[in-house]
Ligand binder design. Structure first.
Ligand SMILES: [Zn+2]
Length: 61
């Protein structure tokens, strides 16, 4: 299952792909799973920006 296609059912915490949650069907209240997951690349970029001004001198050999 691809993250961009995965949905997360808020009612029964089911992760699924497709129109509706397989457990609660049409009543399902879902969100895109990708909205709940912070991509690792984003985290890495953010850390890189945050650390860029600090000069990681302790890691220079
Ligand atoms: Zn459900």
């Amino acid at each position: 299952m691809e993250l961009k296609k995965a949905k997360f059912c808020i009612d029964c915490e089911e992760i699924f792909e497709g129109e509706n949650c397989p457990r609660c069907g049409e009543r399902s209240v879902w969100r895109w799973l990708r909205e709940w997951v912070i991509p690792l690349q984003k985290l890495t970029n953010r850390d890189a920006v945050r650390n860029s001004g600090l000069g990681c001198s302790s890691f220079d050999y």
